[in-house]
Design a protein around this ligand. Structure first.
Ligand code: SF4
Length: 70
C-alpha cells in the first residue's frame, strides 16, 4: 500500500462510503435487474415472474445489474 496524507485518507473514506450507500440501495430483485426493462416480462426467460419471486432479494441466479438505478 502506498502512503497517503490525512486529507487523502478522508477523501478515500468518503468516496467508499458514498459508493457503499449506492450499493446498499440496490436490491437483487427483478425490479433492479437488467433483464426486466419491460415489466412484467423478464427478457431472460420471456415470461412474467410471479409477484413473490419478483420481490425476493437474491432469488434469481441470473440477476444482473447494469448500473442504472431505475
Ligand atoms: S433474470 Fe431473474 S432477476 Fe432478472 S428479471 Fe428475470 S427472473 Fe427477475
Amino acid at each position: 500500500m502506498t502512503s497517503m496524507t490525512a486529507i487523502e485518507l478522508r477523501e478515500v473514506r468518503e468516496a467508499l462510503r458514498s459508493r457503499l450507500r449506492e450499493l446498499d440501495a440496490i436490491r437483487a430483485t427483478c425490479e433492479h435487474c437488467e433483464h426486466f426493462a419491460h415489466p412484467p416480462v423478464c427478457a431472460k426467460f420471456n415470461a412474467a415472474p410471479p409477484d413473490e419471486f419478483r420481490s425476493q432479494d437474491g432469488a434469481c441466479e441470473h440477476w444482473r445489474f447494469d448500473g442504472v438505478p431505475f
